[in-house]
Design a protein around this ligand. Structure first.
Ligand SMILES: Nc1ncnc2c1ncn2[C@@H]1O[C@H](COP(=O)(O)OP(=O)(O)OP(=O)(O)O)[C@@H](O)[C@H]1O
Ligand SMILES: [Mg+2]
Length: 158
């Protein structure tokens, strides 16, 4: 499996990665986010939301589990499964989101690994310093593999 790397020196570069990716998103896109508390999963998700044209405030879904933003060309589904057991997650019927018309981002995705589509873009975010983060992207299946290789050709990823 090929992996790709992006170093964000600050929040604006995290937003740049988010917006470059978001411009490629299509119905049924699934992005699995992992990384320690405060790594930047929500910050990245907020930047994706803005890039998709979601207006207003995009809050962390830690307490709501799933936030749905509609009314944009691509509906945006933002999940945080940190507080869920596998059993609870299973009962939510997440496939309706994953295989629906929108884009789904899942924070703490590895906690429900068995419930995620095999084909997805996994992103692991690592804290480097106060403002710097390392993003490791692991695409499985199309179109994700194609997106990453394109963004590497463009010089965004390495
Ligand atoms: N380059 C960067 N990319 C992302 N976040 C950054 C960056 N630099 C600083 N930050 C800050 O790091 C914090 C990341 O918090 P965020 O809530 O996004 O983390 P999280 O991974 O969602 O944590 P949690 O697991 O608690 O949900 C924010 O305060 C954000 O402003
Ligand atoms: Mg978060």
């Amino acid at each position: 499996m090929d992996t790709y790397e992006f170093i964000a020196d600050d929040l604006s570069q995290t937003a740049e990665l988010a917006s470059q990716l978001a411009s490629l998103f299509r119905p049924g896109t699934v992005v699995a986010l992992d990384g320690d508390l405060g790594a930047g999963k929500t910050a990245f998700s907020q930047a994706v939301a803005r890039a998709l044209g979601v207006g207003g405030v995009v809050v962390s879904p830690t307490f709501t589990i799933i936030k749905e933003y509609e009314g944009t060309e691509l509906p945006f589904y933002h999940m945080d499964v940190y507080r869920l057991s596998m059993e609870e997650a299973d009962e939510l019927g997440l496939d309706e989101y994953f295989y629906g018309d929108g884009v789904t981002l899942v924070e703490w995705a590895s906690l429900i690994d068995d419930l995620l589509p095999a084909e997805r873009l996994s992103i692991y975010i690592e804290y480097m310093s106060e403002h710097a983060r390392r993003f490791r992207l692991v695409p499985v299946g199309e179109p994700y593999i194609h997106w990453c290789s394109r963004l590497k050709e463009n010089g965004l990823l390495r």
